[in-house]
Write a protein that binds this ligand. Structure first.
Ligand SMILES: [Zn+2]
Ligand SMILES: [Zn+2]
Ligand SMILES: [Zn+2]
Ligand SMILES: [Zn+2]
Ligand SMILES: [Zn+2]
Ligand SMILES: [Zn+2]
Length: 239
């Protein structure tokens, strides 16, 4: 035991360095700052000029780079297309400003339930931080985000109410944290999707949905659709 290192029960079986790390990892202040900082570090990178913004991605996911003016999705970095420019699908011609998000973009995954996202992460053996720091009444989410009002855009702390069990974040930013883990590890969310959801993905690609064969079980059919979408639209997200 080093001089100046106060003995606590948790020190038992740990070296002083390990214990110091344990203190850091388990300090409520650090945990809150930790996840908030994590979201900001995984912030928004402009795919055009490479400028980095230490901001959460959520809210309006249509981000216009203040440096170069490029318009892209803060979740997947895909460009926004002005009316009439995009030819990816037949339906693009009739659309105004739009973006094509891959199925693992926060744009889609933020509509999934917490349970499903957590289950997907657990199935892939990815550790999730759920520890809630000691919460004081009225504590607000510290994640920095871009806010827009009639006076313009500014970067400000989220300020939404912190939810119990969400490691010091609000619901929206805790979900963003879960999705960032999914994206970081390149987990394909198709694994948790229902038959109907996968059918919608296939239709979005303007491809014909394979029909269910006679004698094919529901599970086998679902698996076949999953295979099909993985082939026609592989996830190759760059980190
Ligand atoms: Zn010690
Ligand atoms: Zn830029
Ligand atoms: Zn917008
Ligand atoms: Zn996107
Ligand atoms: Zn398009
Ligand atoms: Zn928040």
């Amino acid at each position: 035991m080093e001089l100046g290192c106060l003995w606590e029960d948790q020190h038992e079986g740990l070296t002083c360095e390990q214990y110091a790390q344990w203190k850091i990892d388990n300090d409520p202040e650090n945990q809150t700052a930790g996840l908030a900082r994590y979201l900001e570090d995984n912030g928004i990178d402009c795919p055009s000029c490479k400028m980095k913004f230490s901001l959460a991605k959520g809210g309006c996911m249509h981000f216009k780079c203040p440096q170069c003016g490029f318009e892209f999705c803060s979740g997947c970095s895909q460009p926004f297309h002005q009316k009439g420019v995009c030819r990816k699908y037949r339906s693009c011609q009739g659309q105004g400003l739009h973006c094509h998000h891959p199925r693992n973009c926060l744009y889609y995954l933020r509509d999934e339930d917490f349970d499903d996202l957590q289950k997907l992460l657990k199935t892939n053996k990815i550790h999730i931080n759920t520890t809630a720091p000691d919460q004081e009444a009225g504590q607000s989410c510290p994640v920095m985000e871009q806010k827009e009002d009639p006076e313009g855009k500014r970067d400000e702390a989220c300020g939404r109410e912190v939810e119990e069990g969400f490691a010091g974040l609000c619901k929206i930013h805790y979900k963003e944290y879960l999705v960032s883990l999914i994206n970081k590890r390149n987990v394909d969310p198709v694994a948790m999707m229902s038959v109907d959801a996968i059918k919608r993905l296939i239709e979005r690609e303007e491809k014909k949905v394979p029909e269910k064969k006679a004698n094919e079980t529901d599970a086998k059919y679902r698996k076949r659709l999953e295979q099909f979408i993985r082939e026609i639209e592989p996830l190759n997200r760059q980190e």
